[in-house]
Ligand binder design. Structure first.
Ligand code: HEM
Length: 221
């Protein structure tokens, strides 16, 4: 008997939507010198969020754990073939095909953040700039595939997955639900990110060579 069960804990949901905000914001500010500080702050936020997610992948609740969405290539192929026949099985957590996009997003997010930090530290020159752009553009492509996959999966199983990533609830057998939402940890992540952002807007980021509030402060010393 299917019921409304809790699947996504709060830290995972807060992580997801802050990641969406950070990646989108960083992408939109990537080309302009004027918004470089914002781009850098959002890049650091992305890396911080991913660092949390790496820990939560081992310490988190059932469906947030990496082991719950580590599928063998044969399982991914079997899911894809069932999907093409319109007979894909319903998964309470991530499905095998969706999990491929998720692994790629986590990996590319780290790649984009790390190459961005190296570039910001003026390490690697033009090659690093090129690499940062390639990794970030590839991530954008995977994000689009991810969103398309979410829409297709939602229609196929008549289950609104976007709403599930907001409320945490999906339909499933009662024993498959998680019992704790970890509200306190979600609040800590949200407060930490907001504090980081507000701290940035108060002091600015010392962009090498740029005349930011903090660099002016140092010039005055
Ligand atoms: C910048 C864009 C995005 C990135 C980087 C991203 C990344 C991710 C990641 C890493 C996960 C795995 C969550 C976890 O286990 O921690 C995930 C899941 C999910 N994302 Fe996104 N996402 C993005 C945009 C979106 C958007 C715009 C939507 C809504 C249309 C969305 C809907 C979902 C849903 C529903 C899931 C759960 C999938 C499932 O039920 O298996 N994502 N996303």
């Amino acid at each position: 008997m299917l019921q409304r069960i809790l699947v996504w804990d709060i830290p995972t949901r807060v992580f997801h939507w802050l990641l969406v905000l950070s990646f989108t914001g960083a992408f939109l500010t990537a080309e302009s010198e004027r918004y470089r500080d914002i781009h850098v702050v959002l890049g650091y936020t992305l890396l911080g969020l991913l660092a949390f997610r790496l820990v939560w992948g081992f310490a988190g609740t059932r469906y947030a754990r990496f082991s719950s969405f580590l599928f063998k290539p044969a399982e991914v192929a079997a899911y894809l073939s069932a999907l093409l026949k319109g007979k894909a099985k319903h998964y309470v957590g991530h499905n095998p095909l969706g999990s491929v996009a998720i692994w790629l997003l986590l990996g590319l997010g780290i790649g984009s953040g790390v190459t961005g930090v190296l570039l910001y530290q003026e390490i690697g020159g033009d090659a690093m700039e090129e690499l940062h752009e390639i990794v970030s553009n590839t991530m954008l492509v995977i994000v689009m595939i991810h969103i398309a996959g979410v829409v297709v999966s939602s229609l196929l199983h008549r289950e609104n997955l976007v709403r599930a990533m907001i409320t945490g609830f999906k339909s499933g057998e009662p024993e498959k639900g998680i019992s704790r939402s970890f509200l306190w940890l979600g609040v800590i992540i949200l407060v930490a990110v907001l504090a980081f952002w507000s701290n940035y807007s108060a002091i600015g980021v010392a962009t090498p060579g740029a005349d930011t509030a903090s660099s002016r402060q140092h010039d005055d010393d």
